[in-house]
Design a protein around this ligand. Structure first.
Ligand code: GCO
Ligand code: MN
Ligand code: MN
Length: 389
């Protein structure tokens, strides 16, 4: 059944092979769903109406594949892409699963591990380029520690920087035209991970040799795990042209890494996020980095995937309603109105501007008496979300 909440290509909804292909295993139990081949997962992603599929190198090509096996897998996957029309907007490296990465990849203490991690990533970048991926994601899954005795975090930052500089030059050298996106996460699987939040990553990027090539891939759950306001990180990245990609899912604070269906846990935050992305015309992929409950079979996995996109589309419509709501807009206009011409006192510094500002009559007790009407604004927002307005 297709209706006005069905996925559209403009939204660039994507799923990773590892998301719909998730077999339901967790630290306490084994898989509850049979494994599928990359081609089968790709077909399922196309089936639910998504725009594209992303992968880690080893989601597609097993870590121990021979060159001949690799080539056959790549051919089969390309055929599936042609048949389904799916795109591959993003690719990434698995630098967390194999035991060699138990102490990290680019920030591991053993230089052999660092060299292997960079080697693996170079090959994975080639693989991504072969599929036309425009964004290459770096999630430092094992970049961290359990004890601060293990590593000097300043040295870890330097090692991370050296690796990212290497990849930028490699991408330039090969004319791949890719953008690189760092995906921060505060913890899990490591006790603490480096570049823990969007803010850490944005600060780090400015220290690279090619900051213009590197942005972020923020994930809802990762900021919410840390108790942060995800939208604020997203907005700060977007405002500097650094929002290259986004991982949508959901998460309750104070829990394990849940990877829930988008919008499931905190509908109001999901609404404000969709509103932001649509209001600013965010043009990147809307990637769902989540997976179905362990209780589901593959029909349930499809319900999960359709649910992610459908909730997004519903919230998009509600955001349009919010933007057109005359009472809401009147409150917003009033909140930002230039009471007593104070706008003229603001702006860039000059000696004159400073003089004028120092001389201005700004009566703080009068100003402080004003009610802001945020209670009404929030209730109106709630009523739109709840569907009664
Ligand atoms: C996680 C991460 C990963 C990454 C993926 C892409 O919490 O496990 O979100 O799913 O997004 O590895 O690099
Ligand atoms: Mn995650
Ligand atoms: Mn992610």
């Amino acid at each position: 059944m297709s209706d006005r909440f069905s996925p559209t290509p403009e939204q660039k909804f994507t799923f990773g092979l590892w998301t719909l292909g998730n077999k339901g295993s967790d630290p306490f139990g084994s898989a509850t769903r049979p494994g599928l081949s990359p081609v089968e997962i790709g077909r399922m992603i196309a089936d639910v109406g998504a725009y594209g599929v992303n992968f880690h190198d080893n989601d597609l090509v097993p870590i121990d594949a021979t060159p001949a096996e690799r080539d056959q897998i790549v051919r089969d996957f390309k055929k599936m892409l042609e048949e389904t029309g799916l795109k591959v907007p993003m690719a990434t490296t698995n630098l967390f699963y194999d035991p060699v990465f138990k102490d990290g990849a680019f920030t591991a203490n053993d230089p052999r591990v660092r060299a292997y991690a960079i080697q693996k990533t170079l090959k994975a970048i080639d693989l991504g380029a072969e599929f036309g991926a425009g964004v290459y994601v770096f999630w430092g899954g094992r970049e961290g520690l359990e004890t601060d005795a293990a590593k000097n975090p300043a040295v870890a930052t330097q090692r991370f920087r050296e690796a990212m500089n290497f990849f930028c030059e490699y991408v330039i050298d090969n004319g791949y035209g890719m953008k690189l996106a760092l995906e921060p996460k505060p913890n899990e699987p490591r006790g603490d991970m480096f570049l823990a939040t969007v803010g850490h990553a944005l600060g780090f990027i400015e220290t690279l040799d090619h900051p213009e090539m590197v942005g972020v891939n923020p994930e809802v759950a990762h900021e919410q795990m840390a108790g942060l306001n995800f939208l604020h990180g997203v907005a700060q990245a977007w405002e500097r042209g650094k929002l290259f990609h986004i991982d949508l899912n959901d998460q309750y604070f104070g829990r394990y890494d849940q990877d829930f269906r988008f919008g499931m846990a905190d509908i109001k935050r999901a609404f404000m996020l969709v509103k932001f992305l649509e209001d600013v015309n965010y043009e990147g992929s809307r990637h769902f980095d989540a997976h179905a409950f362990r209780t589901e079979d593959y029909e349930g996995v499809k319900d999960f995937a359709r649910g992610c996109m459908r909730t997004y589309m519903i919230l998009k419509e509600k955001a349009e309603q919010w933007n057109k709501d005359s009472e809401i807009q009147a409150i917003i206009a009033d909140l930002n109105s230039d009471q007593d011409g104070a706008n003229a006192l603001l702006g860039a510094y000059s000696p004159e501007a400073a003089q004028k500002l120092k001389a201005a009559a700004l009566d703080r007790s009068v100003i402080a008496k004003r009610g802001m009407r945020y209670e009404r604004l929030d209730q109106l927002t709630m009523e739109i979300i709840l569907g009664v307005r």
